[in-house]
Write a protein that binds this ligand. Structure first.
Ligand code: ATP
Length: 362
């Protein structure tokens, strides 16, 4: 259930058996997910997996075909009724920021603050602009701001009414790569300063892993796995999650009593994740990521495990694609100071420091 350390935490948002169909098309299928108070949960998945639809269901822009959404223990949507966005205490940040172009920065941020005196509003706006590092920008028009600054105004505007849950739809996708990385840090800092519960949607694995308390991986409308970034990356419960979260290679392994034998050597059976007893004697596919394998030139053809078929230079490292004699293909990441040409016969060894995930051979 992905409970992790959150077992005692209050559930701020509950998605219970939610399905959304458009005619014949099922966009979201039987989704159940709890979001805990104060956490940032990121819904991650490829294009078309249903993540935007999920966010729209949470925001009140869509009504579920089946199932229930609760925010702070209040039922806000089911198949019969769905409260609109302004009646469910959520803050929305869209990928295009959607600032009001004819309002100043201060007016944009003040927009959602209801029932307050002018002085109280001015003070709240000043506090929020301070928080997002835009003090002094009150009178500017959105058109006079950079993309990153507009994004921070959008964040301040969404936080202004003190929402129960902040919903972020691909919040960084229109920013350039460097700014995106900077904004991740800013978002983390702003969210922890306010303590707001947040749900973000992205197809960017690195972003999801680096900013989230938990990541929910979706595929074809359903939830594949939810857990802490380290848990989903190091212990992916399906080949889909393994391959979507990072580069994944698979070594065919044979499980023996004590060891797992692969074409590049044996590792203790205890090194595999989860219970393997039922698979003793069986073939499995062992997940290895590029940094789980190291490579050295073979001293003879006979000794070689495989041959380098491709080499990618990434700056700090080389990534070698190696085809093994049995046809398995794996990638290994090596320091940039060691260079081996395509065609080099190589010996591989597994040097995983963590438990290795595996899947029954299909
Ligand atoms: P992307 O990253 O490309 O935005 P996504 O994971 O957010 O993709 P959704 O936009 O939620 O995916 O769409 C999920 C599926 O539901 C897709 O197959 C999509 O074509 C379909 N879908 C979404 N909205 C509608 C709609 N209004 N009418 C019909 N089909 C829809």
């Amino acid at each position: 259930d992905g409970g992790d350390a959150s077992d005692d935490a209050r559930v701020a948002l509950e998605i219970d058996g939610v399905t959304k169909r458009y005619g014949e098309q099922t966009a979201v299928s039987g989704l159940s997910l709890d979001v805990y108070d104060g956490e940032l949960l990121t819904i991650l998945g490829p294009s078309g997996c249903g993540k935007t639809t999920t966010l729209r269901l949470l925001a009140g822009l869509e009504r579920p075909t089946e199932g229930t959404v609760r925010i702070a223990d209040t039922r806000v949507a089911d198949a019969d009724a769905s409260r609109p966005p302004n009646e469910r205490n959520v803050g929305l940040v869209f990928q295009d920021f959607a600032l009001f172009p004819h309002l100043s920065v201060a007016e944009n941020v003040a927009y959602g603050i209801a029932d307050a005196s002018d002085d109280a509003k001015t003070e709240r706006v000043a506090d929020l602009l301070e928080l997002v590092d835009l003090a002094g920008f009150e009178e500017r028009d959105p058109s006079e701001l950079s993309g990153g600054q507009q994004q921070r105004v959008a964040l301040a505007r969404a936080l202004a009414p003190e929402p129960e849950v902040l919903l972020l739809d691909e919040p960084f996708s229109s920013l350039d790569v460097r700014l995106r990385v900077e904004m991740r840090e800013d978002l983390k800092r702003i969210l922890s300063a306010t303590g707001v519960t947040a749900v973000s949607v992205t197809h960017d694995q690195e972003e999801a892993l680096s900013i989230s308390d938990r990541v929910a991986v979706m595929h074809d409308g359903h939830l594949e796995q939810v857990g802490a970034p380290e848990a989903v990356f190091e212990n992916p419960e399906s080949r889909f999650v393994a391959s979507f979260l990072g580069q994944a290679g698979f070594l065919s392994g044979h499980i023996d009593d004590e060891t797992v034998d692969t074409p590049v050597g044996s590792v203790p059976r205890a090194q595999l994740t989860g219970p393997t007893d039922r698979y003793v004697g069986a073939m499995v596919d062992v997940l290895v990521r590029p940094d789980d394998v190291s490579l050295a030139p073979a001293t003879s053809e006979a000794e070689a495990d495989g041959v380098v078929v491709r080499r990618q230079y990434t700056g700090p490292s080389f990534v070698y694609h190696v085809e093994l004699t049995n046809g398995d293909r794996v990638r290994c990441q090596q320091n940039h100071t060691e260079s081996h040409a395509v065609g080099t016969p190589v010996v591989l060894s597994i040097d995983a420091e963590h438990a290795l995930a595996w899947y029954p051979t299909r």
